[in-house]
Design a protein around this ligand. Sequence first.
Ligand code: F6P
Length: 464
Amino acid sequence: MPPTVDTAHAQLVVVSNRLPIAYQIAADGEKVASLSPGGLVAALGPALAGTGATWVGWDGTVDGSEEPLDVEGFRIEPVSLTAELIKGHYEGFSNGTLWPLFHNVGVPARFSAPWWGSYERANEAFAERVAKVSPEGAVVFVQDYHLMLVPALLRNRRPDLTIGYFHHIPFPDPDTMAALDQRAMVLQGLLGADIVGFQRQRDVEAFHKNTASMGVQVPGDHKVQVAAYPISIDTAGVSQAAQALKVQARASDLRKEWGNPSRVFLGVDRLDYTKGIPERLQAFEELLASGAASSEDTVFVQAGSPSRETVEQYQALSAEIDEIVTRVNAKYPSGQERGAIVYLRENLPREEMLALFVAADVMVVTSLADGMNLVAKEFVACRSDDSGVLVLSTEAGAAETMSEALLVNPFNKTEIVEALEASLVLAPEDVARRMAALRQEVSTNDVARWARAILADLETARAN
Ligand code: F6P
């Protein structure tokens, strides 16, 4: 029997492949978990604070413990995955098949029957755990493409639950989806939810086209609401953190370290082939070649956090970026200790990242495909004096609402070069007008609003 709950609002159970926790080894050698400040924690934290909400997920380790933990007000229920399941489910089907297929940027998706088997088994393990720990009548909020079978698996086990699913990445058209033999099962899995949320209206439409073309129906008699809920950031929190004296001082130190250039371009990404990092660095190379900017007084700072390093395509991307950085820095000496490109291939601490956002003049986001791109929003949140220019890919979900950015087609290198050049010569009043409008947008549509919208719809679905 599931535990019961007797509050006015349903208790919430969040489910994500990766738990929002990090382990540290304490002085006495004990492993201590703390909450890692990712987007979802910021999004759901305020709604969950003090509710004793549960979070089910994988802690990123092989054969980890399944012992529940209480971490900063959350009940954490870790799902243990074997090395074989991690390989087949996380590295294989999720990031070798689904990620390239759903982003569809020219990196071929790889298909393997054992990967699908692992994906099914991992989804079953997650559903099993959620079914076990969810109080009667709870709202369960499942996250992302790693867990698309969970809604239906869970509904079979626990029809009393209200189930939401949010898809953080793009959803492909039926033509692209046709490559996936298991597409009907994936769609059926999602239709087990009461609410299926996407980043953009175009993803909602793609989902409907897929169900229609496959003739996939909602199983049973429940209603499914499919809608766009564009995710955002904790705008006020980021803005406030960026104004801290320590961050501001670090930002001016960074500019000094780079030799006080007159212009700083910045890219901040997970090292992923969907982010268009080679494309933007090559565009910068062309900008230098054209003479519109010189490496002595212009620098491109690219921060890249290593990601999914065991997956082959990620290793290839990393090598490609290394090669471009080496070539550009050899070709365009800056006359200082830094290169024309300063490449920070590491997981930067939060404050350092904020200092980069404050130090930059132009943020360059050239994703080839991107569910939303929260980095663009974070940059804007950090510009409390309305300075700074955002160059933004039309293929990032963020472009739908950030129309005052300099929008570029990331597949057209000339357009990126032109946008970089335009960013250097924008009139100060134009810069301020654009940034003020962007800041207004991101302040209004923050992550609390996203969480309120989707959680309120889930609460309504539960009441009906
Ligand atoms: O954007 C999809 C996503 O899964 C995010 O939720 C996550 O922050 C990022 O990709 C990296 O995920 P991971 O390191 O777990 O592969």
